[in-house]
Design a protein around this ligand. Structure first.
Ligand code: SAM
Length: 193
């Protein structure tokens, strides 16, 4: 039987990044973040894969994603978990991602147009949280919406560079964090910018 890691890698390799882009499609094969309008980017493919693997998704995971963007990362999360709750603050990106992911056949994604700095309390707690925009510090609201035994990935730091931080809650609710990599994401707008 294929390991989950191998399944994720092979799904990722088959995923056509051009499907998630309305412009610059000719550059989709580059391992770089690319513009998707509104001063936002579709993430660098190798980083999307690295973050997906690091989140340790389980088939029954309920996942909160902050920063839907193009929906590229959302597709990977939805393919390898039970349900995804994704929040985006830019209406045009939210609408396009919703259309694309419906066209791709996903039925386990819930979309919200809002400031995701505060998470999505209504459906919390979540087994996994993925933040795809950079925060100056870890939002308390998101830590509170993470289940015991849950994991959260978030880029934390200045606008120039951030620490890709893995936050874990143990079975008693104790929180630990470790830095996995150094990354550069667009800012998480709002309270934690
Ligand atoms: N993973 C996405 C992809 O590959 O298309 C990339 C996301 S892009 C780097 C970050 C996204 O976070 C942008 O679409 C941006 O509008 C969104 N964003 C920034 N601050 C936000 C906030 N406070 N709440 C919700 N979304 C936010």
């Amino acid at each position: 039987m294929k390991s989950r890691k191998k399944e994720i890698i092979s799904y990722f390799q088959e995923l056509d990044r051009r499907f998630f882009m309305d412009s610059h499609k000719e550059l989709a094969g580059l391992d770089e973040a690319l513009p998707i309008g509104f001063e936002q980017t579709i993430s660098q493919p190798s980083l999307v894969l690295e973050m997906t693997l690091a989140l340790d998704l389980q088939p029954d995971s309920r996942v909160l994603e902050i920063g839907t963007g193009s929906g590229f990362q959302t597709a990977l999360l939805a393919e390898f978990s039970e349900e995804v709750f994704t929040v985006e603050r830019i209406k045009e990106l939210h609408n396009r991602a919703k259309e694309r992911l419906a066209e791709a056949g996903f039925t386990n994604i819930h979309f919200k147009l809002d400031d995701g700095s505060f998470g999505w309390e209504e459906f919390s707690p979540y087994d996994r949280i993925m933040v795809t925009a950079a925060a100056s510090l870890v939002p308390n609201e998101l830590v509170e919406q993470l289940k015991n035994n849950g994991k959260m990935l978030i880029p934390v730091g200045s606008s120039a560079m951030q620490e890709l931080t893995l936050i874990e809650k143990d079975e008693n609710g104790n929180v630990t964090s470790k830095v996995l990599n150094y990354v550069r994401f667009v800012p998480l707008k709002g309270k934690y910018e």
